[in-house]
Design a protein around this ligand. Structure first.
Ligand code: NAD
Length: 542
């Protein structure tokens, strides 16, 4: 593996703000040849007639022209997927799961190529790209173990003991539409599809235009592992162009993205009376309890705030510190943020990569500028870094942020955090909960029982104690989703697979014995019913 380009620390050279030295141009990995990239996008139908220039984020150079799918393409993709699904659903589960056992090895073995693609299209640093590539294998391992139990029919006694049974059968929904964002393109493109496929569904995925390459490569690996051709389709285009046709043809929609788009998707799915799972944005708080070990918090918060350059849905945007420890925390955290190495390179040197695109970087910058204009202070960072790459932005720590500021109430989704003081733990909990979002929260303290008590009071789908986000997200056995405006439904856990199934209640009555018969005395009939009810309760008939 590849390249070196000198990275630069976040610290500005001297108080005068002399620009840091211009970083050398990153050397693109040898794996990313034109032929390889053109081969990846060749499977995307391009009936719209124009293409999207998919760029290398570090340089802004076009990597490949991505075909854009027309409504007719999308309908054809669904028809092909539906035909393949009819056969796939007939495969014994054991045979379906064998494909994923092989896919696990292929993904792990090809991790370097996957990381190259993720970095090139998203601009993240190497560590995050490698960690992202681990998500689908973790999902595969979990559901390889769990799917046989979840998908096995469950037979229960029916209302008339011995004479009746009811069997819960899990039927695949059909074709699942997946709409994925750019921040974890390989993970969101594949990991949500894997349980859907295991359950017997086909999938049509729409990745973000900016980041279609790594999911396309992942799908090619699944096919190498034996996934039938046609079962996993990819369509590309701008969300509002692709979304309506995709939703109108799907039997279920799995969406990950912003709250604003989630509302549009949810409305359309509702009108079509199909289920959907919406994994949306956050404004995630971190509460430092009075007994917390500040050095540990600083290290954990550094990843929670700046990991993936702040573009993790569960990342931390607000930190609440007891006022007695505020100055000490602030000094340590700002120092640590300034020491972070930024860089555009495909090796493990930089601790922080780029934002995904220049327009997103401008959005992050506008949140900082709005905060400053309304009275907030920049403790460190706050500037774009075109000297490193077109969409780089410094790790930024603010104080004095208030709810009327964009950075105070809206998701910034960049390397920007606001520090706040609190007087009592009750006040910290109230401040943490003072948001429309409820995706993730983090609580740090030495007394674990106390920290867990505080964690339970935070209205959030995920709460990490003594970690920022990874422990909750990597716990694949537990459902993970947002509450309030952060989402509907969850991924992971049993429901992460069962949501892609319909329940068929197959009831069998061996002989008709109940019910009023013609000419029957109705008093006697009512008595019979009452006796049956009492008996059922005593026998605990479900
Ligand atoms: P976005 O909502 O703009 O786009 C997400 C996807 O939806 C993209 O593929 C986009 O093309 C598509 N899209 C946009 N408009 C559409 C429409 N009208 N119909 C159908 N599809 C449409 O979000 P984004 O800016 O790409 O991603 C960042 C957001 O995603 C952040 O808010 C982040 O918190 C959230 N996110 C949430 C999770 C989670 O698990 N909760 C995970 C990752 C990202």
């Amino acid at each position: 593996m590849t390249t070196t380009a000198p990275d630069v620390t976040n610290a500005r050279a001297g108080s005068s703000g002399t620009p840091a030295p211009t970083a050398a141009r990153p050397v693109r990995p040898a794996t990313l040849t034109d032929d390889f990239l053109r081969g990846l996008v060749a499977r995307v139908p391009g009936g719209l007639g124009h293409t999207w220039p998919l760029t290398e984020v570090y340089t802004g150079e076009t990597l490949v022209e991505l075909p854009q799918s027309s409504p007719a393409d999308i309908e054809r993709a669904f028809a092909t997927a539906r035909a393949a699904q009819a056969e796939w659903a007939q495969w014994p589960l054991r045979k379906r799961l064998k494909v994923f056992r092989k896919a696990h090895s292929l993904i792990v073995d090809n991790q370097p190529v996957i990381a190259d693609l993720i970095q090139a299209e998203s601009g993240k640093n190497r560590r995050m790209a490698v960690e992202e590539s681990c998500d689908p294998p973790m999902i595969i391992s979990h559901y390889l173990r769990r799917a046989p139990k979840l998908l096995a029919p469950v037979t229960r006694g029916g209302p008339i003991p011995v004479l009746s049974t009811s069997t819960e059968i899990r039927q695949p929904k059909g074709v699942v539409g997946i709409i994925a964002p750019w921040n974890f393109p390989f993970a969101t493109g594949l990991s949500d599809a894997i349980p859907a496929l295991m359950a017997g569904n086909a999938v049509v995925v729409k990745p973000d235009n900016k980041t279609a390459l790594s999911p396309l490569y992942g799908i090619s690996l699944l096919e190498q592992a034996g996934l039938p051709k046609g079962l996993f389709q990819v369509v590309c285009g701008e969300g509002p162009d692709v979304g309506p046709t995709l939703i109108d043809n799907a039997n279920y929609v799995m969406f990950t993205g912003s709250t604003a788009t989630g509302r549009v998707i949810g409305e359309r799915a509702g009108r079509n009376l199909i289920g959907c799972c919406l994994e949306l944005g956050g404004k995630n708080p971190l509460v430092v309890l009075p007994d917390a070990d500040l050095d540990e918090v600083v290290q954990g918060a550094l990843f929670g705030v700046f990991g993936n350059t702040g573009q993790i849905c569960m990342h931390i945007e607000r930190i609440y510190v007891p006022e007695t420890r505020y100055d000490e925390f602030k000094a340590k955290f700002v120092r640590a943020a300034e020491a972070l190495r930024l860089g555009a390179s495909y090796d493990f040197g930089p601790e922080l990569g780029s934002l995904v695109a220049v327009d997103h970087m401008r959005r992050v910058q506008s949140h900082v500028e709005d905060a400053v204009a309304k009275g907030a202070t920049v403790l460190t960072g706050g500037r774009p870094r075109p000297d490193i790459g077109p969409a780089f932005f410094e790790p930024t720590v603010l104080e004095g942020v208030t709810p009327d500021m964009l950075a105070g109430s809206c998701e910034t989704f960049g390397p920007v955090v606001a520090l706040h003081r609190y007087r009592t733990v009750d006040e910290a909990v109230a401040l943490a909960n003072d948001t429309d979002y409820g995706l993730n929260a983090s609580v740090w303290g030495t007394d674990l029982d106390e920290a867990v008590k505080v964690a339970k009071r935070i209205h959030s789908g995920n709460v990490n104690v003594n970690d920022s986000l990874a422990t909750a997200y990597a716990s694949k056995g537990t459902p993970s989703g947002g509450v309030k405006q952060s989402g509907v439904g969850a991924r992971h856990g049993d429901q992460g697979l069962l949501k892609y199934t319909d329940v068929q209640n197959l009831a069998v009555l061996k002989k008709q014995v109940m019910g009023a018969r013609p000419g029957q005395d109705y008093d006697e009939y009512v008595k019979q019913m009452q006796t049956s009810l009492k008996l059922m309760r005593r026998l605990r008939v479900r």
